[in-house]
Write a new protein. Sequence first.
Length: 286
Amino acid sequence: MLKGFFKKTKYVTTSSPLYEKPPTPNIPDGMWIKCTACEQIVYKKDLESNKKVCPHCGYHFRMTARERMDLIIDEGTFREFNQNLFTLNPLSFPNYEKKISEQQEKAKLSEAVVTGTGKICGEETVIAVMDSHFLMGSMGSVVGEKITRAVEEATKRKLPVVIFSTSGGARMQEGIFSLMQMAKTSAAIAKHDEEGLLYISVLTDPTTGGVTASFAMLGDIILAEPGALIGFAGPRVIEQTIKQKLPEGFQKSEFLLEHGLIDEIIPRDHLKETLGKLLRLHKEVG
């Protein structure tokens, strides 16, 4: 009766469709982006059509200099100058020339700032836009020279100047040469101010180091994008120095506005309109 009850049963593996591994979705790389702030997945084309602002939480993604120009300058009015200034290696820093060459190829720029003239809502202005995609927007001798020449051109032509800052600070490969740019750019802005001309500084994420310690904070009007990191030294360095825990949101543009370091925070979709109004008002008053 129990014969065969304890006999080991042989099982046969089959390739039933019910147990087949589902095919991997064929999604091309780069179509979707994960938001840094809310971690929602955003369709890349939707993000680009929304001026690179997350539609879920409003986080402002970083823009290239060219993207910023397309957003701010009236179509067909931008005229670039000093685009043929190229970085040398004054301190013979190892592999610096190679690094610069790689950045130029990657970012499609000669340096970390683009300068020129153009119209914002019909108002002629000199504009300089830094690009964090080129060595984190670090300020070397060419970046400082291009910004200085842009301000001097604005002074010569009696035009306002708008500078979009984004930077990790001075460029270490150029040592004292990069630090000298802080004084040079500040001196050019002082002369521009003496002529009674307008300088609007727009701070974007991140604006730190020597750029913050010089021209970025010298604007007659200082604007910032929401959530931008703005400061000189990083939070960790400050905490180690003062031996205290920093407040929540320290060095964000909202914190700086609350404490009077900047004049206003302007969302990206209102930035061009705001700049146009400020330029027009100053022109009428002047």
